[in-house]
Design a protein around this ligand. Sequence first.
Ligand code: GLV
Ligand code: MN
Ligand code: MN
Length: 421
Amino acid sequence: MSQKATNLRINAERLWDTIMETAQIGATAKGGVRRLTLSDLDRRVRDWFVDACKKAGCSITVDDMGNIFARRPGKNPNLAPIAVGSHLDTQPSGGKFDGIIGVLSGLELLRTLNEAGIETEAPIEVIDWTNEEGSRFAPAMLASGVFAGKFSREYAYARADREGKSFGEELERIGYRGEAPCGAHPLSAFFELHIEQGPILEAEGKIIGVVTDVQGMRWYEVTVEGEDCHAGSTPMPMRKDALLASAQMIAAINAVGRRHAPHAVATVGLIEAQPNSRNVIPGKTFFTIDIRHPQDAVLATMEEEITSELNAIAEASGVSLALERVWNSPPVPFAKACVDAVREAARDLGLPSREIISGAGHDAAYVAAVAPTAMIFVPCERGVSHNELEKAEPEHVAAGADVLLRAVLATDARLAEGARA
Ligand code: GLV
Ligand code: MN
Ligand code: MN
């Protein structure tokens, strides 16, 4: 790396101001962001991002999954770009940082390179991946999954939200169904900066997490059917209460998570009951299950336990059960060269760091199947995330962006050497 590149730092204040500026798009009263995938607010933040990248001299490509690629050219057009990025969509009660800092630190990186007049060997791209959260359209990481060949485009277009609106229609409606076929876009490397979304870095006083792996995760959808009946006149022994059976199932799922401590987690995050009337015994429920663990074999055992326990509860309660696995994202190890680049960048910048496994899903996990990939974590207060109160320190976000910049420039220097050899 040249001396100029070695001394280069991002503009911390500008990055922070940019994060706060975009946080106005979908701002909530409690200080969070609600910007669901393919909503009008998602369109607004995309328009903002495209405009900012154009002002930074980039050309823009939008693929047919709505992924946005902002490209700063390099000296060698034969090299595939080094990409950075994450997602601008949020949870319904999301924060200002999850995903967002990964995209906006990419924009800051472009601005920093422009100001310093640094020409990289490979092009640099900043990516906004569509529907990372999976909250409106399950599963998560849908568009990076199509990019990596894990899902077909037709499958993705057919995903529907709880109102029945499809991903394909909504993508078209907000005007972000691009021309470029998703996936036909080689990358030399991909780096994603993200908040940790857990408590480890903060507890240990570390500023940088060198992410080595992403744990495995599986999602399920469950429908329980009993019988609607009058709440006043149906004796307790005669009821087929789908909600009561579901409550027992939720407790059983939680117990499976606890049984595989300390690394397993199991969550029911969404439940709907019908007819949802205070004097009707609920005849039908729909709920979701999310289980995670760093080892696939443990996930398989958890799945078996959940299946058998839910069936037993259904039988004892006189209700029927339909349990479907809708997503399986196995554990992912990141590429050594990229992980090393992150570790060395943190070391060279004198930032306390540790290796860490990601508990959250990230687009990087899918991109890793098609390009050398790694992630950088920075702490968030008390590990709280998927929450409007999500908070990260400006200096930690800036440190993460500096590590990102340095890892990208080191990777570029390595590619330049390879191209000369
Ligand atoms: C995405 O945020 C996930 O980890 O589910
Ligand atoms: Mn995220
Ligand atoms: Mn998230």
